[in-house]
Design a protein around this ligand. Structure first.
Ligand SMILES: NC(=O)c1ccc[n+]([C@@H]2O[C@H](COP(=O)([O-])OP(=O)(O)OC[C@H]3O[C@@H](n4cnc5c(N)ncnc54)[C@H](OP(=O)(O)O)[C@@H]3O)[C@@H](O)[C@H]2O)c1
Length: 247
């Protein structure tokens, strides 16, 4: 009964792994900086291994893929949490940064995860959680390259659920709005402290909802819930008006 985590240093991923410790005895924690995972490994017990995976460096893929593949069993949960907004503001004018954001947030996730997903399909059971973002719901000036990658990731996760349905593998697409993690702090800084609580979730709250979604075989999970309505309104704004906003 294994859990494989891509991007295990994410607080959302770590909280989800901790919540899954009841009922799972094998954890493969893949992270760009696995040395940061000693606390999580201790919490998860003897069956937890931390292995380096940098989604911008394909040389790290083979060893991480081998370890993850070896852990796949009938009850595997594959949690895809890695994501990056590094140098987001420079991305519209810097092709290298733009390409890197697409690679980390979409292209190399698909490249890395496909062999693992093939194995889960062969076995015919298990679950996959893909953490995307509300940024993928509408292109906007402040984050459209990250958003384009996340839009791709959302469509990939939704399509994967459809594709894997006859094979007994369930896929949950997670669409977070604001969650209080280093990524949110990097994006909006201390503004996060001034936002109403119902707009900003906690990693532990996200973990509880993810585990419930796994149990209930929920297809799509918005977190915090209010973001589903927020994005519905944002999607409805006519493009001619939207281009005049600073969103
Ligand atoms: N927090 C929010 O408000 C929010 C909103 C919408 C969506 N999300 C999504 O939620 C997921 C979890 O993010 P978080 O909020 O927990 O933020 P986070 O703390 O920044 O976590 C992001 C994770 O991605 C990893 N990562 C970044 N670049 C990587 C690379 N090149 N190779 C491998 N791993 C890499 C990070 O590893 P390092 O520790 O090495 O950097 C970290 O484990 C992400 O997919 C993010 O896009 C978050």
């Amino acid at each position: 009964m294994s859990v494989i985590v891509i991007g295990a240093t994410s607080p959302i991923a770590a909280a989800t792994a901790r919540t899954l410790v009841d009922g799972h005895d094998r954890f493969v924690l893949l992270a760009r900086r696995p040395e940061r995972l000693s606390g999580l490994r201790d919490a998860l017990g003897d069956g937890a291994d931390a292995i380096r995976l940098d989604l911008t460096d394909q040389a790290t893929f083979a060893a991480a893929q081998e370890a993850a593949r070896a852990a796949i069993d009938r009850d595997t949960v594959l949690l895809i949490a890695a994501g990056s907004i590094d140098a987001l503001e420079a991305a519209p004018t810097d092709a290298t940064i733009a390409g890197r954001l697409i690679d980390v947030n979409f292209r190399n996730i698909v490249t890395f995860a496909t062999p693992l997903i093939n194995r889960m399909r062969e076995i015919g059971s298990g679950s996959i959680v893909v953490i995307s973002s509300v940024a993928g719901e509408r292109g906007r000036q402040s984050n459209f390259i990250y958003g384009a990658a996340k839009a791709g990731l959302t469509v990939w996760a939704d399509g994967l659920r459809h594709y894997l349905y006859p094979h007994g593998v369930h896929v949950v697409t997670v669409i977070p709005g604001y969650v209080d993690t280093p990524m949110l702090r990097a994006a909006i800084g201390d503004k996060a402290d001034r936002l109403p609580r119902w707009l900003v979730g906690t990693p532990e709250g996200a973990a509880r909802r993810i585990v419930r979604a796994l149990q209930n075989r929920t297809p799509r999970l918005w977190f915090p819930r209010i973001w589903r309505a927020v994005m519905m309104v944002i999607r409805l704004i006519p493009e001619r008006i939207f281009v005049r906003t600073g969103l």
